[in-house]
Design a protein around this ligand. Sequence first.
Ligand code: LLP
Length: 417
Amino acid sequence: MLTPHLQRSPDGELLCENVRLTDVARQFGTPAYVYSRATIVDNFRAYQRAFAASKPLICYAVKANSTLSVLALLAAEGAGFDIVSAGELQRVIAAGGEAGKVIFSGVAKRHDEIALALAHNIFCFNIESEAELHRVNEVAQAHGKRARITFRINPDVDAKTHPYISTGLKSNKFGVAHADAVRLYTLAASMPGIEVHGIECHIGSQITELSPYVDALRRLLSLVDDLSARGIHLQHLDIGGGRAINYQGESLVPMDEFAHAVEREIAGRHLDLLIEPGRSIVGDAGLLLTRVEFLKPGETKNFALVDAAMNDLIRPTLYDAFHPVAPVLERTGEAVLYDIVGPVCESGDWLAKARQLVLSQGDLLAVLCAGAYGMTMASNYNTRSRPCEVLIDRDEAHLIRERERFEDLIAHERIVI
Ligand code: LLP
């Protein structure tokens, strides 16, 4: 199995659950994001199983994949949601998610976003600065409400991940400094529009090691004790997201070990646990299906020019990220080293480099582990329509988002000369 619920048929064809990807391409065209429903559900339930003792509220990080069907599926599984904008809140509500299980993260929440979240009675705001605390207090008072809050603490630990997705160091823009926390909690506790409720940290994404989590957690728990000694008693602890997935044979900490390490740290405390996983719920559940338009032998390199591009999946060029690439139909013949590149007019438009493949023009390729931060980071650069999305459920393929049409792309423009 290449990723869960993705396998080869005896005749060498790639299947997502029980559906042939050649049929998906024929029915819906390419490029297309294809998701396995069973994998998303299994990944979510793996958290529930591993954390059965502490029963955390699992707030799925909407930014990883915010397609309505994905949110609706997770809502039906009992998920809460971690949002970072009014738009994400509206998506959660449109998908049938419960606002009472929503936490609002992000460093620069606008007045209107705070007001909307208060109107929906979300569970909690994760506050990232003193200025933001004042703003949430003001908006809450203006609406006759009290906003439940945590402070996102920057624990100053190195998550040992890519610098763009590492967030728990002093040099990052995120959270409030550990050293400021007691002063800020004391201030917050005195505010009429604020109900101090918990403490949060999120130290980064695609974290393969356990120790940064444990270090951050210990830093948080020492604050919980300091605050308690000052009469500020917190009710929940939110350890953020960030668990890695296997893109390239990374050795991952097993989920049970992760859960037990967290539960050991919080044992005996009356703190409800929250977690905010994104990538580890949807990442390996999705692939980007693309067709080879041309093969272009170069003087120093061979290129496979495909119909997906950096606008569809920006992770390779933005983070130098590795995504496995599998041919949908296995051919026999001599493998050639290819860079898989798209039609966009940039040398940075690549999806994979130096892959040994046997290819012909017209072949289908599956770019794997693309379910997280794929479609949500897609753009219309080069006036390219974003891909359609297909959810596979056992024997059936459901179109859950149509491919954009040209009319969609120009719908909000006015010609003024
Ligand atoms: N909570 C907060 C406050 C976050 O900022 C994030 C991700 C998460 C939870 C979820 O983290 P996860 O479990 O997915 O690692 N675009 C990048 C990833 C950016 C992550 C941003 N924050 C990528 O494609 O690798």
